[in-house]
Design a protein around this ligand. Structure first.
Ligand code: HEC
Length: 150
């Protein structure tokens, strides 16, 4: 009798636990962000987009402030990529023929700085790199992810 009870109790407990867990929505973000928090996050993002925009357009003061040398040819990114076109951030990472390796967007930004621009490549984790990345993604927002595409 006792054994039968145990055989029933264990699966019943498991089932109860399963139902409880599946009914609980994602544990990580239980509380929704308040509108003012969301605005604060967006402000941080847009501030980076603005810095990236200035760098992308070759603004000398921003370049100096961020201690970068993105070009020695007088060509800014935007002269070859107006409004960040042809940057295809949604296609990275992919095998990039010019670099002959599986490359991230940051690898490609550095390729352009070194090759056509003859500038000094950025530390991939630098503030300038993150700002350029933010501007490029923002300009291409709405694109469907299609990593690996050529
Ligand atoms: C003189 C013109 C020129 C300038 C200036 C230039 N690029 Fe490029 N960029 C290119 C060319 C050419 C390619 C290669 C396109 C290809 O073959 O995919 C490219 C490709 C890219 C790509 C990858 C696009 C893809 O889908 O493969 C990114 C990202 C990029 N450039 C960012 C930048 C950034 C950031 C700057 C400024 C620091 C910059 N470029 C400046 C000419 C330029």
């Amino acid at each position: 009798m006792k054994r039968t009870l145990l055989y029933l109790a264990v699966p019943a407990l498991c089932l109860a636990l399963f139902i409880l867990l599946s009914a609980t929505p994602g544990m990580a973000h239980k509380a929704k962000h308040a509108p003012e928090q969301l605005k604060a996050f967006d402000d941080v993002f847009m501030e980076q987009v603005r810095i990236g925009d200035l760098l992308f357009h070759g603004d000398a003061a921003t370049e100096k402030k961020m201690k970068t040398k993105l070009s020695r040819t007088g060509m800014a990114c935007a002269m070859c990529h107006p409004f960040a076109v042809d940057n295809h951030p949604h296609e990275f990472p992919k095998f990039q023929e010019q670099i002959n390796k599986f490359s991230t967007l940051r690898d490609m930004i550095n390729w352009c700085i070194e090759k056509p621009n003859e500038g000094e490549k950025l530390d991939p984790d630098s503030d300038a790199m993150k700002a350029l990345e933010a501007y490029i993604y923002w300009s291409n927002r709405g694109s469907k992810l299609d990593p690996g595409r050529h």
